[in-house]
Ligand binder design. Structure first.
Ligand SMILES: C[S@@+](CC[C@H](N)C(=O)[O-])C[C@H]1O[C@@H](n2cnc3c(N)ncnc32)[C@H](O)[C@@H]1O
Length: 333
């Protein structure tokens, strides 16, 4: 490293907390300085990313959303009948645009269930859209959107609502973005914020033919590629970076050792990047990768193990006809 770069690095280290004031910036500094460069997939979801994700769900290869929609259409009015009419707080972690949730809420209201709804998402465009939509369609439903990282709400989630009984939705294979160990930790935190007997409906993608899974994350219209490359544009916009998105490829494969689809941005040539607002210079070697997402796949046995480790029991597992996806209903022990 040149003297100038060492000097710059020292300045950044000494003034880290003043220069780098957002969590995104901090995670970028940390993640791009690792031997295997990496960033959390939660940073995909700026406004442009959330809109691209909605487009992904419409791609013919992306079976996940269609499968979960089928499950909700078929079983949506039954999921919470075990509560026998008790009013409850309904939370949703990472609701996104909430198309499926909308469907579910419609089913639950028709089944005469009484609840207030607290959707949570890191994306403002997603939360605002869903809340507006729900207010228009169900004016009597109490809806209070929470903008932010859902991790901050987990351990005290039961303090947010008025009712004693809580139900949490965690749909769309969102949990798949965590390794099984991270997933157990996250769900263990959620357990702390729930009361015994509270319910969690968790959507997971089931293990299946590797080629089908690989195709789902490599759609022919290249929407997933755009979605992933948008992370570079986001760093350009928010951190003054100078990434040339044409000099990176999207590469996504299934790794059977981790039971996960894994997604990378690959530098197609050696390049130097500077992120001017955080005084950071980064080198990419040719074919060096930035690891941006994993989407873990589950078997029914894996699901039982995860529930048990996190302090829940599996009550029922609802699948689509092809057994592609499962919405698993858990009870907090
Ligand atoms: C894969 S999408 C799923 C959206 C929706 N639940 C569905 O099933 O279609 C993940 C959603 O979770 C949100 N998200 C991801 N990580 C988050 C976090 N740590 N805190 C809050 N929201 C998060 C994203 O903004 C995005 O809307």
């Amino acid at each position: 490293m040149s003297d100038l770069m060492l000097k710059k690095q020292r300045i950044v280290e000494e003034n880290f907390d003043t220069i780098v004031d957002s969590e995104f910036a901090k995670d970028v500094v940390y993640g791009l300085s690792q031997p295997q460069k990496r960033l959390s997939s939660k940073y995909f979801y700026n406004d442009a990313g959330s809109q691209l994700f909605d487009l992904i769900t419409e791609q013919p290869e992306y079976y996940l959303t269609r499968a979960e929609t089928d499950i909700i259409q078929k079983y949506g009015s039954q999921f919470f009948t075990c509560l026998e009419g008790t009013p409850f707080n309904l939370f949703e972690l990472g609701c996104g645009n909430g198309d499926k949730t909308f469907n579910l809420i419609e089913n639950m209201l028709s089944a005469g269930q009484h609840f207030s709804f607290y959707p949570m998402d890191i994306s403002k465009v997603a939360i605002d859209g869903l809340v507006k939509n729900l207010h228009q369609s169900f004016p009597l439903l109490n809806v209070q959107g929470q903008l932010g990282d859902y991790h901050q709400f987990l351990a005290q989630i039961n303090t947010l609502g008025k009712q004693q009984q809580n139900v949490v939705l965690f749909l769309g294979s969102n949990i798949g973005n965590y390794t099984p160990a991270q997933a157990a930790e996250l769900l263990g935190d959620l357990k702390k914020g729930l009361n015994s007997g509270d319910l969690l409906l968790i959507g997971m993608d089931l293990k299946k033919d590797f080629d089908r899974m690989t195709a789902a994350y490599n759609d022919k219209n290249k929407v997933t590629e755009k979605f992933n490359l948008n992370l570079l544009s986001r760093m350009n916009e928010e951190l003054g970076a100078n990434f040339d998105v044409n000099k990176f490829n999207h590469y996504e494969i299934y790794n059977p050792l981790d039971n996960a689809m894994q997604s990378f941005l690959v530098a197609i040539e050696k390049q130097s990047i500077s992120l001017s607002t955080i005084n950071l210079d980064i080198e990419f070697d040719a074919f060096e990768t930035l690891f941006v997402e994993s989407s873990h796949k589950y078997s029914f046995r894996d699901i039982e193990i995860l529930a048990h480790k996190s302090g829940f029991e599996v009550v029922e597992s609802y699948t689509d006809d092809k057994q592609d996806f499962v919405d698993s209903l858990w009870r907090r022990l």
